[in-house]
Each structure stands twice: as C-alpha cells, then as structure tokens.
Write a protein that binds this ligand. Sequence first.
Ligand code: ADP
Length: 490
Amino acid sequence: MSLTLQRADLLRTTFPVGGDWREAVSGVRYEIEDPALAQAFASVPDGDARDAQAALDAADAAFPAWRAVPARDRSRILARWNALLLEHREDLGRLISREQGKPLAEAIGEIAYAASYVEWFAAEAVRAYGDVIPPPVRGRQMLAVKEPVGVIAAITPWNFPAAMIARKIAPALAAGCTVVAKPAEDTPLTSLALAALAEEAGVPAGVLNLVTASRANAASVVDVWLADARVRKLTFTGSTPVGRHLARASADTLKKLSLELGGNAPFIVFEDADLDAAVDGLMAAKFRNAGQTCVCPNRVYVHAAVHDDFVARLAARVSVLKVAPATDADAQIGPLINLRAVEKVERHVQDALARGARLVTGGQRLPALGPNFYQPTVLTGVDGSMELSCEETFGPMVPVFRFEDEHAVLAEANGTPYGLASYFYTRDVRRIARVAAALESGLVGINEGAVAAEAAPFGGVKASGYGREGARQGIEEYMHLKYLCQGGLD
Ligand code: ADP
C-alpha cells in the first residue's frame, strides 16, 4: 500500500548531510516496515561510519557561523519550523502512523507535542541570560556567560518518532549548537521529514545532519561520534543497557551527557482516591501508544478497600478499547512495534498466569488484525515474584497489585532500579506531601495521569538516567558557563 501525502516531498528517502540529501556512501539501503501489516513499504539509506564522519565534519564546519547567528534570528528560524510542523501535521501524522503504528489522531497529537518543544525553545533562545557577579575585591568585573557546547549527537528511539528528536534538536539549535543525529532504525521517515521542514524554515546547511542506519549499523555510526572529541555532548533516549554503554564510551572524550532511559512506573491508588479520576488517569497514562512509552504505568497498586471496585471500573473501560490499524478512524490501540514486543507482553502474561495471577480481560494476540496486535489486558493477583514486576512490559497490559499499608507500598514502588515516572491518587493533603517526597522518580503525577509538557522538566533518576528535556532548564543541557574575569579596573 502506498503512502499518500498532501506534500509528497515530505516522504524523504535520503538523508541530509551538509545540506545535501544523499545516499549512504556504501549505496546500501534497508527497508522500513509498517507494523500493522509487518510488511516493508519504504526504504532509506543504511549509513555506516563513513556517513557518520561526513555528518560530523559538516556539523563541525557549520558550528562557527551558526553560533554567531544572533539569538533573535535563531529564534525566528525555530518559530518558522514550529509553524511548518503544525501546518503539515496531517502529513507528518500519517508518516508516524505508517512507520510506528499509532492511531492517526494520536500521531497528529504527537506532532503538536513535538512542535510545542520547538515553540518553547524558540522563546528560550533569546533568554539564555548569564550573570553579572558582584566582585569580592575592588577593580574587577566578573561575568558568567552561556555558550553553546559545540556539536551535539542525538540518538532517538522509535516510540515517539517526532517528539523525541524535536525535543533534542530544538534546544540544541536554540543554544547555537549544530547537530548530528541518528533516528531509530524502525522510524526514520518522520525525522527525515522534520529535517526537510527545518531546512525550509531556514536552518542553514550543515547545522542539522541526519544519518539513517539499520540496527546492524547503528553502533558503527554512533561509535564515530563517541570517539571524536569534536562531539561535545551526547543526548540519548532509549534503553538502560545502551545508555550505560554510551556513557562508558563517552568517558574518553568526557562528553556532556543526557540519558533518558527505561522506566518501570508505579501507579498507586489509595483508599480515599477519586476512583473515576484514577481510572481516567490510568487509561490516559497506560494506553497511550499501546503502552509503549517510558512513562507508562507498569505496576498498578490498589488499596485492598477499593481494589475490587477499581478493577471492575478499569476492566469495563479496557475491554471496550478499539484495537485496529491506524488507518481505522476509530482506532484507539494500534499494533506493537514488532513481533519481539508482542512476544514480551505475551511472556509477561503467561509467566504471571503460571504463578497464580488472574486474567480479568484480554490476554490474547489478535492475528486477524495482523501479527503485531495484542488485546488490552488486565491481570489481578500479581506479586513481586513475577517477571512483569521487575521488567518494563512496554505493551497494553495492566498488572494490578493489592496493598494495605502506605509504608509497604512505597517500599514496593521504589523497589526497582528505575526512577522515571510515578503516579498516585489520594485526596489527603498530608499524604500528598509525604508520598510525593518519598517516591524515587524524576516525574510524579499526583491525581494526574498525563504529566509530560514542554514547559516541564522531563527526565529520570537512578537507572532511568540523568539530564532534563523541556522547561527552562532544557537549554542548559546544550550550553556551558564561561566565567570572564576582568581585572585592573580601579
Ligand atoms: P529500544 O529497545 O527501544 O530499541 P534501544 O536502546 O535499543 O531501545 O535503541 C534506542 C536507540 O539507540 C536506537 O536509535 C538504536 O539504534 C540505538 N542503539 C542501539 N544500540 C546501540 C549501540 N550499541 N550504539 C549506539 N546506538 C545504539
């Protein structure tokens, strides 16, 4: 099936290096699959170390001129990019749905979310103030000024093909950095379209360079950037094992790092919670992108006093979710990204059932729709011995744990190496303060399931990594402070 876009030129099948849209040096291409059909529908160049080198040389050459562009003008370019993203949100949404599988309305929503970061950092570009420091001695002037770090490398995952790359590139360009980026192998088309619109918005040649590569070539591309001291910062969203590897490999050149890694979010419903609000919050947080987000609740703890009531309300909502390909206008849950993802959900469900969990709803693949579809599922009677309690499921499955004691549930909630998001529902103000302080995570949703926003700092603690994206702090990740001390003024 072909992909029809209003602007056919947004389907880019080469990558931009130094303003030149090109094939890989090797001439090799690899295929991109539609997860709904598990069939290839497009191909892109399979870059390798030579392409990575060319991209880095272009970014390095473009840096002096780009950092010298007045912040006001960089801001205007970003504002134009934001406007173009919104203008073409339908086409971009179609690209996301096709290569990633999420329903079209959700994909268009992702474009608005991605654009919000571009809008935000267009405004932050002109506010990267430094400090005038009161000198401790006479005759001195002391300033702390912010400067772009230099060339940055961005590596992104497949679950938000537009948002993940936009929230790295936008602050980098706002700060005056130039970029080399490798999008996820499964979803390169959206990022290529974003780069085409960035060029149209006026981002100069060489400022934003992308290299697409298959999984087999991912490391050979990124290794070039890791080894080269000209890359001053690496920003990565993906799994914890790859994040650890990148951190180790960045040690020799002492790069600045932002690592947004895996999560294993707890969602706690206390006995005094507004249960309808808690179910709404869980539905929003859990089933976005078919459960494939790093802030998705992975472990739901419900107080024994409200457990059965909560599970009944939840099951009523989950069992009527419409599972369908993105092409279906009513689709709420699309396919998972690939068969490996389906097998993981299936493994977690089977393991839990074998250890005594109860299946409330779902629990099956949906082969009539395609190989990658899985029913939204609710399990009860789960406990800490099951695989689903320690490993992120990354699919449409809700395991419900029963608890009785606040102290004990907090210990369980924090009993994971991860610390990205957590959520809880209660109406007790003192408990809100206590639990919010006790949860070990970078984000906490309090009576709220949808927490991410461009205006807020996004990022984790513990094995979920470090660094923050969005918010006023987001641009700092791409800048360093230079202290200027002028003496002899008295
Ligand atoms: P996921 O499990 O979601 O695919 P990964 O951490 O494996 O998460 O992948 C996230 C990104 O990291 C992708 O762009 C992928 O190509 C890239 N990646 C994976 N392995 C490596 C590696 N060894 N070196 C550099 N990049 C890698």
